[in-house]
Design a protein around this ligand. Structure first.
Ligand code: SAH
Length: 266
């Protein structure tokens, strides 16, 4: 039987940031580490930003959850990164890492991986400090609102990131397209949206709770981003080969999309 949509109130109540991080991102054993989602995304982010063509003042990450891996390459190219999420607990977990508080999640293995891609694994502590300096704000966001950062109105950003968020926040294709339009309003014309996540997933476990995931297909994604006013600059899909943790999440492939918002889109 298909899982009912997980409403944002349930995220606020039941989404345990620590269980999420331990399950999916723990060094060596997290399922996104062993099944190659994380290295796939980190390599693509490195490749995207290393060219130096995508840079600017402000970058907004939509639905950051308790994660920081998405900032490891981008932090070298933007003056300021704004992290956002719907739940208070996720933002608190993120803050714990940014402030180096006791009990913060250990991201060092992902940080070392990115430093190695950049040519110097030994620089990982400097990289962590760079992320901590660059992520200047943690804001509440709701992608179902026409201004996801309501009640704030921010100047449009040079770049947006979003990973594994829209498929969690949207119950069907129509809601996905609507959320995509909503977040696109936060981006300057000509700016970039970097999106990544999984295809063919119906659910993922966090602690004892299953969370709904919108089953995305490559063809739908291509149509949706095109309709939202983007040009696809890069689309990578990596089929999942390690099926040992299908009980945690039943996704079939990972995807990475680099999109450019058309100049004539407001
Ligand atoms: N980007 C992170 C977290 C993904 S988990 C990562 O890559 O690991 C999915 C996230 O979507 C959760 O943090 C959840 O709080 C957030 N979310 C769910 N509904 C949302 C909504 N309506 N608006 C914004 N974020 C939402």
């Amino acid at each position: 039987m298909a899982l009912d949509f997980t409403d944002k109130e349930i995220y606020q109540r039941d989404f345990d940031p620590r269980a999420y991080l331990d399950t999916y991102y723990a060094a060596d054993v997290g399922s996104f580490v062993t099944d190659e989602y994380l290295p796939f995304i980190l390599k693509n982010l490195f490749g995207t930003f290393a060219s130096g063509a995508i840079r600017g003042d402000t970058l907004i990450d939509i639905g950051s959850g308790p994660s920081i891996y998405q900032f490891l390459s981008a932090c070298e190219y933007f003056r300021e990164i704004i992290a956002t999420d719907y739940t208070d607990r996720n933002l608190q977990e993120l803050e714990k890492w940014l402030k180096k508080e006791p009990g913060a999640f250990d991201w060092s293995s992902a940080v070392k991986f990115v430093c190695e891609l950049e040519g110097d694994r030994e620089k990982w502590t400097e990289k962590e400090e760079k992320v901590r300096r660059t992520v200047t704000r943690l804001l509440k966001c709701d992608v179902t609102k026409s201004n996801p950062l309501e009640p704030l109105t921010l100047p449009q950003a040079d770049c947006l990131l979003t990973f594994l968020c829209l498929d969690a926040a949207c119950k069907d294709h129509e809601a996905f397209c609507c959320a995509l339009r909503n977040i696109t309003s936060l981006l300057k014309p000509g700016g970039y949206l970097v999106m990544g996540g999984v295809l063919g997933s119906s659910m993922y476990m966090v602690g004892q709770y299953p969370f709904f995931s919108l089953d995305l297909e490559k063809e739908f994604l291509e149509r949706a981003v095109c309709d939202a006013g983007y040009v696809v600059e890069r689309l990578e899909v990596q089929p999942r080969t390690d099926l040992t943790s299908m009980f945690l999440s039943d996704y079939k492939a990972s995807f990475f999309l680099l999109l450019r918002k058309q100049m004539d889109m407001k």
